[in-house]
Write a protein that binds this ligand. Sequence first.
Ligand code: 0O2
Length: 206
Amino acid sequence: LDQPHAAAVLRDLRRELMVYKFAVDELMTKLRILSEEFDFAHQHDPIEHITSRVKQPEAILRKLQRKGHAPGIEAIREHIEDVAGIRVVCPFVPDVYMVARMLGQQDDVEIVRTKDYIAEPKPNGYRSLHLIVRIPVFLSDRVEKVKVEIQMRTIAMDFWAAVEHELFYKYDGEAPDDFAEELRAAAVTAADLDSRMTALHQRIRR
Ligand code: 0O2
């Protein structure tokens, strides 16, 4: 992109990105309501913590370019599904599926796609439930349907993913040979921990 064109695209983008922030705000409220109300009704909070972020315009444009698309808001809407991202960390695996189900049942939440890396972990051991959802954002003169990526995982899965991300980042993908095997083994340990903790929790609930 030539400089003036790139600057214009970035400026437009900043305005367009506002709706992604609003979509995140709406979903954060929905998730907080589920967390608080379920806790009140059942004496168990299915959400340990939630974080969110909207991708920086520069990072969005880089991803678009990497995927071979010309810059522009239409291309972003169509091809970049993680402009808005929410990460929901739950105590136990059943909580992950329950929160996903409760969210999906809401009238204004459309589940566009689900990727279940808990049922089928990635080859490196990564486990999480990924949802792409679409929700309406009511603006002053129109309604926009906005896509948000929601990553849902347990505390154990989150611990593994955070460490893996840091190691991978540090080594820039060139980690020592035994790292991959160690990480896979650690992911199995994390999954085992999840099963044991769930079993303990279910015994207490009975
Ligand atoms: P970042 O820095 O976290 O934003 P996409 O690449 O999004 O077009 P893909 O690959 O089908 O499409 O998406 P997927 O598999 O749903 O994964 C998207 C996000 O999940 C990643 O975003 C990561 O946040 C997370 N993720 C996926 N695989 C791994 C993994 O092996 N380890 C860790 N730590 N996180 C993972 P980004 O944009 O790649 O990265």
